[in-house]
Design a protein around this ligand. Sequence first.
Ligand SMILES: O=C(O)CCC(=O)C(=O)O
Ligand SMILES: [Fe+2]
Length: 370
Amino acid sequence: MLVLRPFIRQVVFRAARPHFRVIAAPRYSSTLAEDVRSDSTFRIPLIDFAAYKQATSLAEKRCIADDIVNGFKEVGFVYLTGHVIEPETVDRVFQKSAEFFRLPEDTKARLAWDDPKANRGYVQVGRERVTTSLDAAEIAALRAKAPDTKESMEIGRENHPKFRNKWPQETEAPEFKQTMLHFFQTCHEVHTMVMKSIALGLDLPEDFFDNKIDRQDHNLRLLSYPAIRTSLLLGDGQARAGSHTDYGTLTLLFQDSIGGLEVQNPHTKHYQPASPIPGTIVVNAGDLLARWSNDVFRSTLHRVVAPPAIKINATEGMTPTRQSIAFFCNPNFDAIIESLPSCTSTSNPSKYPPLTTEQYIVGRLAATYS
Ligand SMILES: O=C(O)CCC(=O)C(=O)O
Ligand SMILES: [Fe+2]
């Protein structure tokens, strides 16, 4: 599958409005590290993971692994194509998610999220305010002034010894549970594979992460952003989802065609659109992977803002409904996250003390919800 590599290198996604702009870059384009230094050439690399799965030698795998690691080092985000998830599977999850959010308010309220340790259940509009702040009072003030305009449903691993998922009844949402559990398993498998490639790209044995990420302590988040007058999204700090980083190893993000996701260019600090590319997964590195890699990887700020609006009259625009599905991949909750041996040296000592996944994630979740 090495033949695919030159092709992928030529198809360079330039993050610039309007959406859906994929530009064939010159054959001998500059490197990613050079491109991301300016907003006009900023790009999120598109990586064909099929080449990794089909590689017949470690050297072939290393090529893709290097591209993936480079993407997380320079941008913190990549678009993944050639993964194992069929488009029909993703379509079905979107359909079942939309059906769920159409349930009556009191049905959803019965399933309300109520405990950051469990992190399961329905979160109504305005209840979460994602932010980088760690200060509870500051987050509460932000939530009051500019709440996230989204609702979500959080699903954890089904076989947890202490915490139960909050499922609607089968008669209320037929095949919802089965669809989500199947998708959870599929995303777990993608995570395991991508982490193998990351291990290789960081000069570790390919199976380095295997026994640290096998417990499926992940979180599947169904997201629904209701239609809203665009003027309500344009105020100070106002967004569909405020600027934040994710907490775990990787996030696998599936978005519909509406747009609005933006990624901060780490060099210029300006936000650039991560426009939907059909069939791809947007994959970003989270805080724990950045910490594990001693900041070799970036956990990049991102947010969801108003996409190009549909005019409802001469002065007012309406921002259409948007759906996305985020699969937050985590290490095992009792895994100790300490700087990886290949990311530290005497001249680059570890920047962070060790901590467990649970300590980090439960602390962040407790701060961001009301
Ligand atoms: O909806 C999206 O596109 C992004 C959502 C997100 O970043 C999150 O929930 O952490
Ligand atoms: Fe996020």
